[in-house]
Design a protein around this ligand. Structure first.
Ligand SMILES: O=C([S-])c1cc(C(=O)S)c[n+]([C@@H]2O[C@H](COP(=O)(O)O)[C@@H](O)[C@H]2O)c1
Ligand code: NI
Length: 494
């Protein structure tokens, strides 16, 4: 099984992920053919090599073709997901292009005016000849064969796109695709079942987060035409590449997110953007908030991580087989790169792993409450839970609660502790564990079937009778437990 470790020191976005996977060896031809098989057009792909602080990396760029954008420029993709209401209010006096596309004209500059932190896809552009004075509304809504709802803009009402009210002297149409439209596009593509399922899973995660952010049912979340193209290409692209690399297990570091604000289709939003924050929360993704200005983790990036990650944190041991670098679009003091490693995790080393040890001292709970808390912790997946008597401050006898769990479950276990005990703080530490390799085996004895646990650590080996199976036999035969153990030990075990 191939294993992937995503190191998200610079955060993660959809395009960085596709680029890093291509750099790891995902087949560009397979990616291009897969994307071309989707009923989505009006864009071009640019796959190139770029340098970030002198470090060479792969770059994946989705470029809208002329005519796709209402103003007819080739530009980097804007993203605009929204409900049908079109009611984003513009902060007063802001001079932001309604569609916020990066129209550098000559140079596609990503420089934001006045040092503002504008998403590269949404940077204000510099041309002068648009008239945005008039308002317009959406007229009829009909389903087009290309899998979206075209909105033709009439004369009345106001259509506000994240910045200011805008109108156009020419009528134009947008395609607003809902989740169902996008899932149909994915389903209709010539992709493997695994790639389709993964792309659909990622889109569900984004739609869920958008639905929560905008307070509307998932079915009503609509992906604006150009934004949908960008998201489809990035998300399906990532799914195709993961499938092509045959990745079976994914590890992911905490996501480093920046700070400040980001300007997008809704206007200025805090970093992490609402949809991103919702994904981080919903999927318990560990995050490291840094003081670098800017959005490092996008909703698409967070959704990919949520969909594919099996373990958060680096494996205890890993052998690196290959490194792939995917470039981010903006420049920061530290190279803006997503690093993807093809690895063999130390999990193959069956003798070592890591466990999280969580402790807290309790002096004001009843036995019933402590028993219940223990049950909840086991239900959350704790490996072990125990109470140790302690003598605490103010001469109070109390108990130290200790929970052992897999590192990726420690957040969940801490939540259970806060929910079900009087604790208002816990201590936790990741500990290295050395363990014997274990193997359970059923053996036949004169009393019946019994389970033996065989343990091995190099040349050291031992066998123990599994208590639960011995108890079952003792109950069934109505004989002392000791007798079952005696028989199990005296008989040669096959
Ligand atoms: O346009 C919409 S609806 C939009 C919503 C949100 C929310 O958090 S809600 C965020 N954004 C921003 O768009 C860009 C592109 O994101 P990708 O995931 O497509 O790379 C990014 O800055 C988001 O924060 C847009
Ligand atoms: Ni719109």
């Amino acid at each position: 099984m191939k294993e992937l470790y995503l190191e998200c020191q610079s955060g993660i976005s959809g395009d960085m992920t596709v680029a890093a996977l291509l750099d790891l060896g995902a087949d560009e031809g397979v990616l291009r053919r897969g994307l071309a098989s989707l009923s989505v057009d009006g864009y071009a792909l640019r796959i190139s090599r770029v340098k970030k602080q002198g470090i060479e990396a792969a770059d994946f760029d989705v470029i809208l073709e002329e005519g796709e954008h209402p103003h007819g420029h080739v530009h980097h993709v804007e993203r605009h997901i929204h409900g049908q209401a079109h009611s984003y209010e513009a902060p007063h006096g802001e001079d932001v292009h309604p569609h916020e596309a990066a129209h550098g004209h000559e140079d596609h500059s990503y420089e934001a005016p006045h040092g503002e932190n504008i998403h590269p896809y949404e940077a204000a552009h510099g041309h002068e000849d648009h008239s945005h004075g008039e308002s317009h509304s959406h007229g009829e809504d009909r389903l087009f064969a290309d899998g979206g709802h075209h909105h033709s803009h009439g004369e009345e009402g106001v259509h506000v796109h994240a910045g200011h009210e805008h109108g156009h002297t020419h009528p134009h149409s947008h395609v607003h695709r809902g989740l169902a439209d996008i899932l149909a596009i994915i389903e209709g593509g010539d992709l493997s079942c695994r790639a389709k399922a993964l792309a659909a899973k990622i889109f569900h995660i984004v739609a869920q987060a958008e639905s929560k952010a905008h307070g509307m049912p998932v079915e009503e979340v609509h992906f604006h035409e150009v934004g949908a193209v960008d998201s489809i290409v990035d998300i399906v692209g990532a799914a195709i590449c993961l499938d092509n690399l045959d990745i079976g297990r994914v590890w992911c570091s905490p996501l480093c997110e920046g700070t400040g604000t980001v300007r997008c289709a809704h206007g200025i939003m805090p970093v992490p953007a609402p949809a991103t924050a919702n994904i981080l929360a919903e999927h318990h993704i560990p995050v490291r908030l840094t003081d670098t200005e800017g959005e490092r983790v996008t909703p698409t990036g967070a959704a990919i991580v949520a969909a594919v990650t099996d373990h958060f944190g680096a494996p205890a041991y890993m052998r690196v087989k290959k490194v792939g670098l995917g470039a981010g679009k903006r420049d920061y003091p530290a190279a803006n790169l997503l690093r993807a490693y093809l690895i063999e995790s130390g999990e193959e080393d069956a003798y070592h792993d890591e466990v999280e040890v969580i402790t807290t001292d309790l002096d004001d709970m009843t036995g019933e409450q402590m028993g219940y808390a223990m049950e909840r912790l086991f239900a959350a997946g704790a490996k072990d839970v125990h109470y140790t008597p302690v003598f605490m401050k103010k001469n109070r006898p109390g108990y130290c609660l200790t929970v052992l769990c897999a590192p990726e479950l420690h957040e969940e276990c801490i939540r259970e502790i806060f929910k079900n005990t009087s604790a208002i703080g816990v201590r936790h530490v990741l500990q290295k564990r050395t363990k014997m390799k274990r193997d359970l085996q059923d053996v036949e004895t004169k009393l019946g079937n019994i389970t033996i646990k065989r343990c091995e650590y190099g040349e050291i080996s031992k066998e123990t009778v599994e208590y639960e199976s011995a108890k079952k036999l003792a109950d069934a035969k109505n004989i002392p437990l000791d007798e079952v153990f005696r028989v199990a030990k005296s008989e040669p075990l096959a």
